[in-house]
Structures are given as structure tokens and as C-alpha cells.
Design a protein around this ligand. Structure first.
Ligand code: TPW
Ligand code: MG
Length: 470
């Protein structure tokens, strides 16, 4: 993403003489972007845009800021030089072929494995090398685990998916191949006890500095994922890599066991609805609509949503991602709808929705086919928390349970639905998708159903305010 902005008069900003909208935007943007540039001369607008595009899409993609001074803005509008200059940006991402010996080393390591595992990150999805990645996984028979935005790269119901046996495979794999996935907090930094301390890692990444970032990588493959997987496929000798029968059996047993517990949780029909019964309804509506994009943010809403809603096509799930950021939902939904023309279902925690909910106006103004389902559990994590510091105010994590998010969209001409049971949710979602028009479903969830931080409870500190009281 390239954010382009005009800046106030540089001479006034640099002397801090106080200008209208004075802000040193370039320097403000620098620490948070992959690159930030300023164009100060009208004739440089083309080169400025070219640099921004190359920075954004080459290597690991990232956000870029481009600052245009007042002089450039005025001139560029006349000359249309920026648009003309784009002609020069033909192929911004040349292939980065990995070293052949790194391919051999990785294949040798995989051949030595008893309990191999492949982790697919969103880098693997971005690479758009879907057929080769699937082919490598199927030809080697290695179990794979998709990170949340790699869901659908291979369909979630693929027999080699081990999403339902996640903790077992992380703890017991002896050789792990990371494809476009970082060993960050989402993967416990690759460390014990989540992982075996003796496991060996292979890492396919476009960025050389990613290697050894959290744990030594025995076999790095640095290059673009498409070229790397293609090289693996050509060099691989059929039959040379064989996950042990015991490994596949242990995984199958755990998957079966976990699938049964999941089915039991999804089968319940509590009143009020919990996350599972609401997500079951959404899952069933979406099951035969693989063209629909799924956007998902929140804490419980995100963690349960990721596990319950299966994806069947690549790059169709957009969520809080690497940094667990709230407020991305409506922007992602708008981006997905505009660029694809396809319908979007945004499954939003009520707190998450609050970070960006006003974008509902944009959605209505452009009549985008976006259905926003707000999981209204009356708060951040839960709606029944108490104020541990005393006083009459409610807990700071409480939001209004009685809020009618459905009414919000009616103010802009969209359709609101208010649902309190799975049948109502099924009907509302089906109708909203069929209409192809903007809608919000206010989905009432049991305020006691969630847990603090969703699935991330291990990161929660013990409350210091609460202890010592009572
Ligand atoms: C930009 C901290 C993590 S999750 C969350 C917050 C505020 C909201 C969870 O409540 P929600 O979901 O959405 O109602 P649920 O289903 O559990 O009730 N600011 C930013 N990013 C983050 N991650 C936070 C705050 C946070
Ligand atoms: Mg909530």
C-alpha cells in the first residue's frame, strides 16, 4: 500500500514557523513504513512514484509513504506527469532465484525426517505459487499447517491439513519447513515447550535477514517463494521424502479426537448464542460460497472464527494478522470488495468494529456487497467484567450490550438485521448476501461466553489491581 499525501510549505515547516496543517509527515511516517520518500521538484514525480512502487512490492511487501510538496502538487495536476511516468514501471518484482545448494540441503534434511511438517505463512499465499506449493505438499505427503492468512492456499478440508492437530505437530515435528512464515509470536518464536528443542528448521523467505531471527535455521532458502518451490519440485526425487507411518497415524488420531470435541461444541444450542453456535451458522451459509471474502477481527471473535470458518480458496481471508491489530476490518472489507467485485463477510468483535465502524458510510456510499456481522457480547473479551478498582463506573472493557449496531447502517440507507439465535443469523446472512447490498447483522452473543484475550491467555499478566482486595 502506498499512502500519498500533500504536505504544507516545506520552508515554513522546516523553520517551524507555524503553517496550516503543519506536520513533518515524512519523518513521522519513517519509523512505521517500509520506506518513505518526498518529491520536491515537479519533474521528479515520476521517479518518486516509481520508487514508491518498487519499495512497496519488491522483496517482502510493505506500506510506503510518499510526500508531495505543495509545488509538486500544483505542477503535477497540470502536467499529469505522474500518470505518464507509470509506463516505466513494467516489472517491479523480478524473480529472486535461490542458490541451488540451498535447495539440495533442504531436500536432504527433509529426506532424513521422520516427522516432517510444513508451515504455510501469508508470504506463501502472497507469492501466488498455489499450484506448485500444493504439488510439493502432495508429492512429498508432508502434513501442512496454514497460518491464518494462508488458509485456503490448500483447502482447509485437504486430508494433509493438520490445523486440527496444531499443538501435537508443533511439539513433535523433527524437521519443519517454513514457507513464507516467520517464527514470530504467532508461532511461539519457534521455542520450547511449544516446539521440540531438537527440531531442525528449513526456511523459505524472500528476506535474508529473516533467517535465524528467533532460532537457528539449519537450511535457509533465500529467494522468492515461487522460484524456491519450483526449484524444490524440479530437484526433488519422488520417494525420497517419507513421513513415517507412526507420525501420520498419531496426527490422524489427534485430528479425529479434536474434530469430535469441535463437533460437540458446535452442536450445542445455548441461549443466548455463544461464539460456536453463531459461527456454525455462518460456516454453514458460507460452505458452498467459496467466492466470498472473509474478514475477521476481535479477540474471541477472531480466534474462534479462524478455527470454525474453513477457507477453500487462497487470499480470501483477511484478518488482524502479524501484529493482531484492531481496526483493519472495514478497510480490508472495502479493499476486498472494490478490487474483486466479490461479496465480503466481515466477522467483527464489537470492540474491533468500534475502531473503524464509521467506514460503514463509505460502504453504503459505494453500495459495496459487504455484510458486517458484529458479534455483540457487550465488551472487549466479555461483557460481564467487573470494575476491579471499585467505584460506580463499569469495567473499562465493557461496551453497551444493548447497542443496536444494525440501526447504525440504516442511517446510511443500508439494511440492518438484529439476531438472537442461529436460525435468525442463518436467515439474515443468506438474505444479506443474496441482496448484494451493504448490511449489518447485530448478532447477540452471551456476554459470559468469551475469555480474556481469547486464545492468548498465556500472555495475560496477573491483575495487580484486583489482588489484595476482598
Ligand atoms: C489498535 C488490543 C486486542 S483484542 C481487542 C483489543 C482492544 C478487542 C477485543 O474485543 P472484541 O472481541 O473485538 O469485542 P471479543 O470477541 O473477544 O469480545 N488497539 C489496537 N489493537 C489491539 N490489538 C488492541 C488495541 C485488543
Ligand atoms: Mg466483544
Amino acid at each position: 500500500m502506498i499512502q500519498i499525501s500533500g504536505s504544507s510549505d516545506r520552508q515554513i515547516i522546516d523553520l517551524q514557523q507555524g503553517d496550516y496543517e503543519e506536520l513533518d509527515q515524512l519523518n513521522a511516517a519513517k519509523p512505521y513504513t517500509k520506506a518513505a520518500f518526498r518529491v520536491s521538484k515537479p519533474e521528479d514525480i515520476g521517479i518518486g512514484i516509481a520508487r514508491a512502487i518498487h519499495a512497496a512490492v519488491s522483496g517482502r511487501p510493505g506500506g510506503v509513504y510518499l510526500d508531495l510538496t505543495a509545488e509538486v502538487l500544483g505542477a503535477a495536476l497540470d502536467a499529469d506527469a505522474g500518470a505518464k511516468s507509470l509506463v516505466h514501471v513494467v516489472d517491479p518484482t523480478p524473480r529472486q532465484i535461490p542458490a541451488p545448494e540451498s535447495i539440495e540441503r533442504a531436500l536432504d534434511l527433509l529426506a532424513s525426517a521422520q516427522r516432517p511438517l510444513i508451515i504455510l505463512g501469508k508470504g506463501a499465499a502472497y507469492a501466488q505459487a498455489d499450484a506448485d506449493i500444493r504439488s510439493f505438499i502432495e508429492k512429498t505427503g508432508i502434513p501442512f499447517l496454514p497460518m491464518s492468512m494462508a488458509k485456503g492456499l490448500l483447502p482447509d478440508n485437504h486430508p494433509q491439513s493438520v490445523a486440527a492437530a496444531r499443538s501435537l505437530v508443533l511439539a513433535q515435528a523433527d524437521v519443519v519447513m517454513l514457507i513464507g512464515a516467520r517464527l514470530n509470536w504467532l508461532l511461539g518464536h519457534g521455542k520450547a515447550p511449544q516446539w521440540s528443542p531438537t527440531a531442525s528448521f528449513i526456511q523459505l523467505d524472500v528476506s535474508p535477514t529473516e533467517i535465524d531471527s528467533n532460532r537457528p535455521i539449519a537450511a535457509p532458502i533465500v529467494g522468492d517463494i515461487g522460484s524456491a518451490v519450483s526449484a524444490l519440485l524440479t530437484t526433488f526425487k519422488p520417494g525420497s521424502i517419507r513421513p513415517s507411518a507412526a507420525w501420520l497415524k498419531a496426527i490422524a488420531d489427534r485430528k479425529q479426537h479434536n474434530a469430535e470435541s469441535m463437533a460437540a461444541r458446535l452442536g450445542r444450542n445455548p441461549n443466548p448464542m455463544d461464539f460456536y453456535s453463531a459461527l456454525r451458522a455462518i460456516r454453514d451459509v458460507l460452505r458452498d460460497k467459496s467466492d466470498v471474502y472473509v474478514v475477521n477481527e476481535g479477540a474471541n471473535t477472531l480466534d474462534f472464527g479462524r478455527n470454525v470458518i474453513d477457507m477453500y480458496e487462497p487470499r480470501k481471508r483477511l484478518d488482524s494478522g502479524t501484529w493482531g491489530v484492531m481496526g483493519i476490518g472495514m478497510g480490508y472489507a472495502i479493499g476486498a470488495a472494490v478490487t474483486s467485485g466479490k461479496p465480503v463477510v466481515a466477522i467483527e468483535g464489537d470492540s474491533a468494529f468500534g475502531f473503524c465502524g464509521m467506514e460503514i458510510e463509505t460502504i453504503c456510499r459505494y453500495e459495496l456487497p459487504i455484510v458486517t456481522v458484529v458479534f455483540n457480547n457487550g465488551g472487549i473479551y466479555r461483557g460481564d467484567d467487573i470494575n476491579r478498582s471499585g467505584g460506580a463506573d463499569s469495567s473499562p472493557t465493557i461496551l453497551m450490550k444493548s447497542a443496536r449496531y444494525d440501526k447504525l447502517i440504516e442511517a446510511f440507507g443500508g439494511t440492518g438485521h438484529h439476531v438472537t439465535d442461529p436460525q435468525g443469523l442463518t436467515q439474515a446472512l443468506t438474505d444479506a448476501l443474496a441482496s448484494g447490498k451493504p448490511a449489518i447483522i447485530n448478532c447477540v452473543i452471551d456476554p459470559t461466553a468469551g475469555t480474556e484475550s481469547g486464545h492468548l491467555q498465556s500472555l495475560n499478566p496477573t491483575s495487580q489491581i484486583g489482588s489484595g482486595r476482598k
